[in-house]
Design a protein around this ligand. Structure first.
Ligand code: UDP
Length: 239
C-alpha cells in the first residue's frame, strides 16, 4: 500500500485541532491522545517530524477576530496565539516521551528557541520533534504559508494537512452538497484555478514552486496521522 515514502514531514495542525468540541481554547483531553500518536509515530518509524501549529482556537487576525483593529496588530496577536499552542503541544509530546523543541519566528528567548534553520534540521536529525511557532513572523500571512515556507527551507518531503471535519478535498462543500465528489489526487494548478479549499493561494504557489506534495486528510480518525505519514493513500494528495 505504501506508495509514498516520506523521510521528513511537516505536520500542519490548525489551532482547532487542540480545542474541544467548542472549537475554542486548548483541551488537554484532545491534546494528549494527539501527542501520543505523534510521539509513537516519531519513535517507531524514525520519520523526522516538524509541526506547524495554527492559532485560530485562540485568536484569528487574518480573517478577523478583530474587526476594526489594525490588521498587523491583530495578526501579531494571532502569531503569539500559535506560541501558546506550541507550548501546550510540546508539553504533551514530552509527557509522551519524545524530545521536542519549539522554535519561534518572533524571538522570545525565555520561552523557546528562535527559528534557526540549520538548528531545526539538526534537531530533526537527532529524532527530536520541532514545533515551528509564531507563524512566519510576518503579518498578512497564515500558518499555511508557514508550513509551505518551512517545508521548503528544511527540505521536507511533504506537508500533511491534518483537518478537522474534512477527509480530503471535494469539488464542492460535502456539508451542503450530498453529491460532492472527493478528489484522490490533484495538481497545484487545479487547486489554484478551481479555488479549492486546500490552503491559501500563496501557500499553494510556494508548494508548487518547490515541488512539495500536500496531503489533506482527516485527523478525526485516530491513527490517520500515522497512516498519512507512512504514505498510505488516504485523503487527497496535491502534487
Ligand atoms: N499569522 C500571521 N502571520 C503568519 C502566521 C499567522 O499574521 O505567518 C496570524 C494570522 O492573523 C492568523 C493567526 O496568526 O489568522 C493564526 O494563524 P491561522 O489562522 O493560520 O491558524 P489556524 O487557522 O491554522 O488555526
Amino acid at each position: 500500500m505504501s506508495e509514498r515514502k516520506f523521510k521528513r514531514i511537516i505536520l500542519k495542525l490548525s489551532g482547532e485541532a487542540l480545542a474541544g468540541d467548542q472549537g475554542f481554547g486548548i483541551n488537554p483531553q484532545v491534546v494528549e491522545p494527539l501527542a501520543q500518536e505523534i510521539a509513537s509515530l516519531s519513535k517507531e518509524s524514525g520519520i523526522e517530524i516538524a509541526i506547524v501549529v495554527g492559532g485560530g482556537n485562540i485568536w484569528r487576525g487574518l480573517s478577523g477576530s478583530a474587526k476594526g483593529m489594525d490588521r498587523a496588530s491583530a495578526d501579531y496577536m494571532g502569531m503569539i496565539a500559535t506560541v501558546m499552542n506550541a507550548i501546550a503541544l510540546q508539553d504533551a509530546l514530552e509527557n509522551a516521551g519524545v524530545a521536542t523543541r519549539v522554535q519561534t519566528a518572533i524571538e522570545m528567548q525565555e520561552v523557546a528557541e528562535p527559528y534557526i534553520r540549520r538548528r531545526a534540521i539538526r534537531h530533526l536529525e537527532k529524532g527530536r520533534i520541532v514545533i515551528f511557532a509564531a507563524g512566519t513572523g510576518n503579518p498578512y500571512f497564515s500558518t499555511d504559508t508557514t508550513a509551505a515556507l518551512r517545508a521548503a527551507e528544511i527540505e521536507a518531503d511533504a506537508i500533511l494537512m491534518a483537518k478537522k471535519f474534512a477527509d480530503g478535498v471535494y469539488d464542492s462543500d460535502p456539508k451542503t452538497n450530498p453529491n460532492a465528489v472527493k478528489f484522490d489526487e490533484l495538481t497545484y494548478m487545479d487547486v489554484i484555478s478551481k479555488e479549492l479549499k486546500v490552503m491559501d493561494a500563496t501557500s499553494t504557489t510556494l508548494c508548487k514552486d518547490n515541488h512539495i506534495p500536500i496531503v489533506v486528510f482527516s485527523m478525526d480518525i485516530p491513527g490517520n496521522i500515522t497512516r498519512a505519514a507512512k504514505g498510505e493513500a488516504i485523503g487527497t494528495i496535491v502534487k
